[in-house]
Design a protein around this ligand. Structure first.
Ligand code: CP
Ligand code: NVA
Length: 312
C-alpha cells in the first residue's frame, strides 16, 4: 500500500507494526534520524491544525528530513491547476505528502496521481492518523487483551466517530458510538462497513442514542468538538441543543468502569462536549494522546517511505 488515505485501508498487521515502531520513537525520537535524510515531506493543509501540523513537522525533522508546510492558498491549486498536475509536481520534489482538507475525494485523487505516499491528515469523513495515537494510548492503559472492554465515543457523528468505529472494528474491539438520531449520527455506509469488518475480526460495532446506556461499564469515554471545521454556523444552536445530552461529565464518567479513561482528540471546548473537571481530571489521558500524534505520524512516515504498509 503506497498511501494512507482512509482508516479502513490499514490492516491489523499494519497497525501492530506502526504501534510497535511508535513505541520506540516515544522513548527514542532519534533512533531513525537518517531515514529521511536529504528528503522532503510536503504538508498541505486547507484547514487549521495545531497538533497534526506540529506532529508532522517534528516527525519529519526527527527522521532527518525537511518538512515543507503549504497552506491552501499557497499552491496554484487555488487558481485552477488540477489536483492531478499538483500531485505529479509534488512527487517530483518530495518523498511523501501529508494532506488535510475537506473532501475525501480530493485526497483520494492526490493519492491516485502521486508517485509518493499520500497520508490523510483529516478530511470531512475520516482522521486515520489520529486513531493510531488513540490506540497506542489505549494499549498503554489497558494492554493488548481487550476482552470484555467497551470503547465508547459520545457526541457528533462526524469524521472522528467514523474513524473510531472503523479502527475499533479492525482491532476486534467492542466499539460504540452514542450520537443523536438523524442529522448528527454517523454515516450509515460507514456503520455498515465497520460492522462488516467486525464480523471478520470478532469485534462488535454498536450505534446507540442513549448516552447513559453507552457509558455504563465503558473502559473509554471519547469525545470530539461539536462544531467541526467547515460545519455551517447556521446549524450551531440546533446542533448544540441536540448534542447536549452527550456531554461527558462526572455523571457519565461515574457510570463507566472503575479503571476507565477519558479521551479527546482535541481541540476541546470545556463546558460543551466535556466538563472541565473531567478533561482536567485524573482519568483524562489527553496529553499522552496528543504526544502520540508525533510518535505515530513518525512511524507512518518511516514505514510508508520504505513501502512497508501492506493494506487490506
Ligand atoms: N486532533 C487534531 O487533529 O488536532 P489538530 O486539528 O490541532 O491538528
Ligand atoms: N471533528 C473535528 C476534528 C478536529 C481534530 C474537525 O473536523 O474539526
Amino acid at each position: 500500500m503506497k498511501d494512507l488515505l482512509r482508516t479502513q485501508d490499514l490492516s491489523r498487521d499494519d497497525i501492530e507494526m506502526l504501534l510497535a515502531t511508535a513505541t520506540e520513537f516515544a522513548s527514542n525520537p532519534l533512533r531513525s534520524r537518517d531515514a529521511l535524510a536529504h528528503k522532503s515531506v510536503a504538508i498541505y493543509m486547507t484547514k487549521p491544525s495545531t497538533r497534526t501540523r506540529l506532529a508532522s513537522e517534528t516527525a519529519v525533522a526527527h527522521l532527518g528530513g525537511t518538512p515543507i508546510f503549504l497552506r491552501g492558498d499557497d499552491l496554484q491549486l487555488g487558481r485552477g491547476e488540477t489536483i492531478a498536475d499538483t500531485a505529479r509536481i509534488i512527487s517530483g520534489y518530495c518523498d511523501a505528502m501529508i494532506v488535510r482538507t475537506f473532501a475525501q475525494s480530493d485526497v483520494d485523487e492526490l493519492g491516485a496521481h502521486a508517485s509518493i505516499p499520500v497520508i490523510n491528515a483529516l478530511t470531512d469523513v475520516d482522521h486515520p492518523t489520529q486513531l493510531l495515537a488513540d490506540w497506542l494510548t489505549i494499549r498503554e492503559n489497558f494492554g493488548s487483551d481487550i476482552t470484555g472492554r467497551k470503547f465508547v465515543y459520545l457526541g457528533d457523528g462526524n469524521n472522528m466517530s467514523h474513524a473510531w468505529l472503523i479502527m475499533g472494528a479492525i482491532m476486534g474491539a467492542h466499539v460504540v458510538a452514542a450520537t443523536p438520531e438523524g442529522s448528527w449520527s454517523p454515516d450509515s455506509k460507514v456503520i455498515a462497513q465497520a460492522q462488516s469488518i467486525a464480523a471478520k475480526t470478532g469485534g462488535t460495532v454498536e450505534v446507540v442514542h442513549d448516552p447513559e446506556v453507552a457509558s455504563r461499564g465503558a473502559s473509554v469515554l471519547y469525545t470530539d468538538v461539536w462544531m467541526s471545521m467547515g460545519d455551517p454556523e447556521a446549524e450551531r444552536a440546533a446542533k448544540m441543543a441536540a448534542l447536549s445530552p452527550y456531554a461527558i461529565n462526572g455523571h457519565l464518567m461515574g457510570l463507566a468502569a472503575k479503571d476507565s479513561i477519558f479521551m479527546h482528540c482535541l481541540p476541546a471546548h470545556r463546558g460543551e462536549e466535556v466538563a472541565a473537571d473531567v478533561i482536567d481530571g485524573p482519568r483524562s489521558v489527553i496529553w499522552r494522546q496528543a504526544f502520540h500524534r508525533r510518535t505515530t505520524i513518525q512511524a507512518i512516515l518511516y514505514h510508508a517511505s520504505r513501502g512497508e504498509l501492506k493494506g487490506n
